[in-house]
Design a protein around this ligand. Structure first.
Ligand code: TXA
Ligand code: MG
Length: 343
């Protein structure tokens, strides 16, 4: 199929393209849309066949559930079952925004959206184009990140096309995604509630509303093989460039010595901004050491750049785990398939 490019920078001025995208969604088609986190591959969450096509286009494992995107609280209550009062408090504080709640699945949402689970993950995005697309189509949109399963998530329309051109009906060409890593996912279906995936809303912020929230083991460590996991997406090697990534845990001097001692063809260093000097291998940077928001915004770009420049093996610095840094660490350690060398 030919993938249509629909340009929407301004929801008023580019109304025709936006209406066209909404029309495609109403007809059960797949449209990649920008959100403030990463690009999502959207389809009507009420259309079982369209949902099946999402899994197919991405090559996504059948047991990995999707997030349903809504534009207002009415649509939210349409897609969930009975929800705890806390859900409304959290919605009030963090929506619209990079925040997803796992709740009992409503009857209107087909089981295939949630890979057969009786829960559903729901998010209200802040990005104006995404909001307006949901509102105009009148549909809650099931949307995983719009990448080939396993690859780094896309933060631009070009990234989406690189992975999925010819496999989806349309992509909305728009501004790059600002947060740069996927939303924070929590479940309210356990007691106490759990952080399943760190993202743009931080653990520190969540604790202000949910003081007893626990961090799922899979956030920081490799899930044990064969054991069930709370969030199926966390068990896969993920966000990976083709290059092999190894994290080197130590100060910059130790990092530099290790990398220089192991230099050879195709070896790169993934550094913090401004650390490039003194390294005898090509470098790609992913933001300043103390700036977690900047690191999140550029991480997936940096991983894609490694592949474009022919990197075979990449040694990476280790981000701090505070704030949005926890999300950066969580993605990078998965890109590295949990390989960390202590220096
Ligand atoms: O920022 C985001 O969340 C982006 C944009 C497009 O909104 N979407 C995204 O979707 O990252 P995806 O499919 O790449 O990741 C969804 C994550 C997976 O880790 C999945 O396992 C988890 O959410 N998830 C979805 N539904 C769930 C459920 N019912 N129970 C537990 N985990 C769930
Ligand atoms: Mg994804």
């Amino acid at each position: 199929m030919e993938t249509l490019r629909l340009t929407v920078f301004d929801v008023e001025q580019d109304k025709d393209s936006l209406n066209k995208a909404a029309e495609l969604l109403k007809n059960g088609r797949l449209v990649a849309m920008p959100t403030e986190t990463v690009y999502g591959l959207a389809a009507s969450a009420y259309d079982e066949n369209a949902v099946k096509n999402i899994f197919e286009a991405k090559g996504r494992p059948q047991d990995n559930p999707l997030i349903v995107h809504v534009s207002d609280m009415q649509m939210f209550t349409d897609v969930v079952g009975e929800v705890p009062e806390k859900a409304f408090q959290l919605a009030e504080k963090f929506w619209p925004g990079p925040f997803t709640m796992v709740l009992p699945r409503g009857e209107k949402i087909p089981a295939s959206v949630s890979a057969g689970l009786d829960t559903v993950a729901v998010r209200m995005p802040e990005n104006k184009v995404a909001c307006e697309l949901i509102r105009v189509s009148g549909l809650p949109l099931a949307a995983p990140s719009a990448n080939k399963s396993g690859s780094p998530s896309p933060t631009t329309a070009d990234h989406v096309l690189y992975d999925l051109d010819g496999k989806i009906d349309a992509v909305i060409v728009s501004d790059r995604c600002t947060v740069g890593v996927e939303s924070t996912v929590i479940t309210l279906c356990t007691n106490p509630p759990k952080l399943l995936r760190p993202g743009g809303v931080t653990l520190e912020q969540l604790r202000e509303v949910l003081p007893d929230i626990e961090v799922d083991k899979a956030v920081l460590a490799e899930p044990e093989k064969g054991k069930p996991v709370a969030s199926p997406g966390m068990k896969y090697k993920h966000y990976s460039p083709k290059a092999k990534v190894i994290m080197l845990d130590g100060d910059y001097e130790a990092f530099k010595s290790y990398v220089n001692a192991n230099k050879s063809d195709g070896v790169f260093a993934l550094t913090f901004e401004g650390e490039e000097s003194g390294l005898e291998v090509p470098t790609v940077s992913f933001g300043h050491k103390e700036n977690d928001l900047e690191q999140a915004a550029v991480l997936f770009d940096a991983l894609r750049e490694l592949d474009n420049r022919g990197c075979r093996l990449c040694y990476s610095r280790v981000p701090k785990k505070q704030g949005v840094g926890l999300a950066v660490y969580n993605r990078l350690i998965r890109a590295a398939a949990f390989q960390v060398i202590e220096l």
